[in-house]
Ligand binder design. Sequence first.
Ligand code: SF4
Length: 228
Amino acid sequence: MPKPPSATVRTRTERVARILPILKRTYPNAKCSLDHASPLELLVATILSAQCTDDRVNIVTRTLFRKYRTPADYARVPQQELELDVQSTGFYRNKAKSLKGMAQALLDHHAGQVPQDMAALVELPGVGRKTANVVLGNAFGQNVGIVVDTHVGRLSKRLGLTKEDDPVKVELDLIPLIPQPDWALWSHLLIYHGRALCTARNPKCEQCPLLQDCPEGQKIVTQRGKGG
Ligand code: SF4
């Protein structure tokens, strides 16, 4: 017999059931903010997005995707040339190396296609669980896991859905709480909310439609009321 959910999981699930519709209503157009027209483009953009804003990545990929259309294009280009092409996203040596290694692995092991499989994706150079989740959820519509970036981690903690800091542990806490069809959307909604109101510094809790269900927000508002 499956174990019944603990009281904590039950409370958190009920909280998610209240806040998810509010977030959906507030951000009806929430979607992946990395521009892409294919799984390969999303994979490249996600690799480039490490320690870089999505806006900056989109500026770089606008040109990059016209120059590089297939894995063979990335595998063939000299490392230095690719470094120059991705330079403004930061950590460009590592990123260029990852892109070339990833492209070569696609050619060697996947007939030049991006695999639709978590185990195969995380084997690719430069691809971790977060990148694999982004690609599976957004390019293939497969909700295999939940993307936890800094916004998702910060907001999930403030909303009392996890106490963890490590993204993989946060993901494990979220998985039983969020309905699986909403896993990709959940990340987009939290990223939108993190940019709009629940910013890292000075979150706008007084204007937040989630305040009633946010333990951290209620603490912040009380402290502000006391002038703290
Ligand atoms: Fe973030 Fe404050 Fe809203 Fe909570 S109430 S989700 S801390 S903005």
